[in-house]
Write a protein that binds this ligand. Structure first.
Ligand SMILES: [Zn+2]
Length: 338
């Protein structure tokens, strides 16, 4: 009995030691992580499009760290609820970059919880189309028009520069040393120059894309007006509205697809009837939506289904937005030029 107790005591001592050493190790690692982070300007972006835009501007700037609030495969998050992890990430951030236009429905909660957090709204100054899903609301999918995306790039550049000049980062006592009247010093000047160089390079690339996109949309517009083709389209998500408006297309029906409320058989029949009645030939859907509904519509009507890339998911490559929009130009070409 006594021997058993001794063994038990040894086991307990070992367990206590393991727990103690592990906790020491973890706290040391956490401390290291915090120390590294304290040197950086910590930027959080709301979702994939704002993340890709921001990482283009901060590319190669080791003093700025960018994290996405949501998973990059999450897509458009219209009814997103903040998680505990999101709140933790935001509590450590200096800057929060949002798309605006109501995309971040949780914004008020963030502002209330972190009044010190600098919020950069990328849609500042943009005139929104009205949402086709929420009556009276704004349609926040402005990034799908490259011209509006260029305004978003400039808003991000300006917002980040202003923040870096005025506030620096956590090491305020260092970063505010020797600032001139405009707020520049040796430390932030280098970061701001790098940021501005990145922004103008990205703007140049997107400007070429915007020209090509406008050319395509004007061609479609001409065809709709002169070649007697139907200008009515059915869409699955009102993200296509910015391009379809420029192309002179009329959205006859927006199919509201919501994972929590799948379309009923009656609703699908109603859409099919509308497509037949109005002789609609174009159905624009998106990759992340269930194919079965668009397949059924295609089978039962004369409409062709085209897939628009709304650039809300993808890889972290710097040119992923540009590539997605180039695919959309090709899709429009296929749809309207045959
Ligand atoms: Zn959306």
């Amino acid at each position: 009995m006594k021997k058993k107790l001794n063994i038990l005591a040894i086991i307990m001592v070992v367990i206590v030691l393991v727990v103690f050493i592990t906790s020491l190790y973890i706290s040391r690692n956490n401390k290291e992580a915090t120390d590294i982070e304290d040197d950086k300007i910590r930027v959080v972006t709301s979702f994939y499009p704002t993340y890709i835009l921001t990482t283009n501007l901060t590319d190669g700037i080791s003093d700025i760290r960018v994290d996405s609030l949501t998973d990059l495969s999450a897509g458009c998050l219209h009814d997103y609820q903040l998680t505990t992890n999101d709140m933790r990430l935001l509590s450590n951030a200096h800057v929060f970059i949002i798309n605006g236009g109501g995309m971040e429905e949780y914004l008020e909660e963030v502002v209330d919880s972190f009044p010190e957090l600098e919020v950069i709204d990328l849609s500042k100054g943009i005139v929104f189309l009205e949402s086709e899903v929420h009556e009276g609301g704004d349609n926040p999918h402005v990034w799908l028009d490259p011209e509006l995306y260029m305004i978003q790039i400039e808003n991000a550049r300006e917002g980040l520069e202003t923040f870096i000049r005025n506030k620096g980062n956590i090491k305020d006592n260092i970063n505010n040393d020797g600032k001139d009247e405009s707020g520049y010093n040796e430390y932030n000047k280098e970061i701001i120059d790098h940021l501005n160089a990145n922004a103008s390079a990205y703007l140049d690339d997107v400007a070429v894309l915007a020209d090509d996109m406008n050319l395509m949309l004007n061609t479609v517009n001409d065809m709709v007006q002169h070649n007697n083709i139907s200008n009515k389209v059915v869409v699955f998500h009102d993200s296509f509205a910015y391009l379809s408006t420029k192309a002179g297309l009329e959205v006859a029906y927006t199919v509201e697809v919501d994972e929590d409320h799948p379309l009923s058989a009656g609703e699908i029949a109603e859409i099919i009837d509308a497509i037949r009645d109005e002789n609609i030939s174009y159905l624009f859907t998106e990759e992340q939506y269930d194919d079965s509904i668009s397949d059924r519509i295609k089978d039962e009507t004369d409409a062709e289904v085209y897939i628009i890339d709304s650039a809300v998911t993808g890889d972290v490559a710097k040119d992923s937005y540009i590539k997605a929009m180039r695919r959309n130009i090709e899709t429009l070409k296929k749809a309207f030029e045959g």
